[in-house]
Ligand binder design. Structure first.
Ligand code: AMP
Length: 176
């Protein structure tokens, strides 16, 4: 997976000291990189019965939109609190200080939908875990969570797997 990993830029101490920000804009901006990452994300699910792709704001919109297109299924935007214009359902998750919330439109996922969740990176797993709860609350079945990057030291992948969600990432980085 070196072809993907080496196209990701790392910015030390962004957005705050101690964080190594994994910037996928360099990967997305590269024609080979963008096609490759979408193909790799889709490949395990090609031909499987998926009915929707849910992409997490904001980089999950770019990747999830392309994955949904490739699988010929609908796309569901998972947004931070207060951004969606119609009736919503929401799920809370814990931050270092306090809470945040993710939302989908109340009719975005139907009972029996088979949903694939997409984001660029999994760290603590808080955002993705809240998205899993949201899809399940709407009556959907979570088929899997897929990421470009895993930060295994932060335990997010284990958390999702403990919640019964098959989880895949295309590459990983040590540390935060
Ligand atoms: P978490 O909920 O802790 O798994 O955090 C995942 C979300 O935060 C994803 O939407 C990522 O885009 C973002 N994120 C967390 N840590 C990083 C990092 N080191 N570099 C880039 N994005 C990150």
């Amino acid at each position: 997976m070196d072809e993907i990993k080496r196209r990701i830029r790392t910015i030390a101490n962004f957005p705050k000291p101690g964080i190594m920000f994994r910037d996928i804009t360099t990967l997305l901006g590269d024609p080979f990189g963008f096609r490759k990452v979408v193909d790799e994300l889709v490949q395990p699910y090609a031909g499987q019965p998926i009915s929707k792709v849910a992409g997490i704001e904001a980089r999950g919109f770019i990747l999830g939109g392309a994955v949904a297109h490739q699988l010929s299924v609908g796309f569901v935007p998972v947004r931070k609190k207060g951004k969606l214009p119609w009736e919503t359902i929401s799920a809370k998750y814990e931050l270092e200080y306090g809470f945040d919330q993710v939302e989908i439109h109340a009719d975005a996922v139907q009972k029996g939908d088979r949903v694939l969740i997409v984001d660029d990176l999994i760290a603590t797993g808080g955002t993705a875990d809240a998205t899993v709860r949201l899809v399940r609350l709407a009556g959907g079945e979570v088929i899997g969570c897929i990421f470009v990057i895993d930060l295994p030291d932060l335990g997010g992948r284990k958390k999702l797997e403990a919640a019964g969600v098959p989880t895949k990432a295309l590459c990983s980085f040590e540390g935060h």
